[in-house]
Design a binder for this molecule. Structure first.
Ligand code: DQA
Length: 141
């Protein structure tokens, strides 16, 4: 099984960025552990601060890979293009947010991506990515 993880803007700063909200672990160290605990799954990891690069990665992975776990970061709340890309591809996408976006500013309650996704996980920290992987691996068609 092949699962792609895609992170949007500023998520390269996990561990350093507002640790009270996003925690003190880097994504790279979490990703190492994720790979070790699921040796039967082939993972890819892509992060970009650029909207079009995230659309390109969704298109690259979205027809051959079995699942995508995506945290679009702030583009969640602004990007029609990312929502359209998720709708356009065949691979199921699970949207993950580290923080509980519904407990924060009102603009974070809007997502252009959620309605196109298989499901959304918000507020469970990095554990949300692990749960998304589990859901995709159980849901394999
Ligand atoms: C985030 C929530 C977004 O509102 C924010 O812009 C992010 C991170 C999260 O993982 O909690 O960059 O997607």
């Amino acid at each position: 099984m092949k699962i792609a993880i895609i992170n949007g803007p500023n998520l390269n700063l996990l561990g350093k960025r507002e640790p009270g909200i996003y925690g003190s672990a880097s994504f790279e160290s979490f990703f190492d552990q994720l790979q070790q605990s699921h040796p039967h799954i082939l993972f890819s990891y892509f992060q970009s601060n650029i909207e079009g690069d995230l659309v390109d990665e969704l298109q690259r992975k979205g027809f051959e890979w079995d699942g995508i776990v995506m945290n679009p970061g702030a583009y969640t709340h602004t990007s029609v293009a990312i929502g359209d890309a998720v709708a356009a591809i065949k691979t199921p996408v699970i949207e993950v947010h580290i923080s509980n976006v519904h407990a924060r500013e009102d603009f974070r309650k809007i997502s252009h991506v959620s309605a196109k996704c298989r499901g959304t996980i918000s507020g469970l920290g990095l554990y949300g990515y692990e749960l998304a992987v589990l859901a995709l691996s159980l849901n394999k068609d």
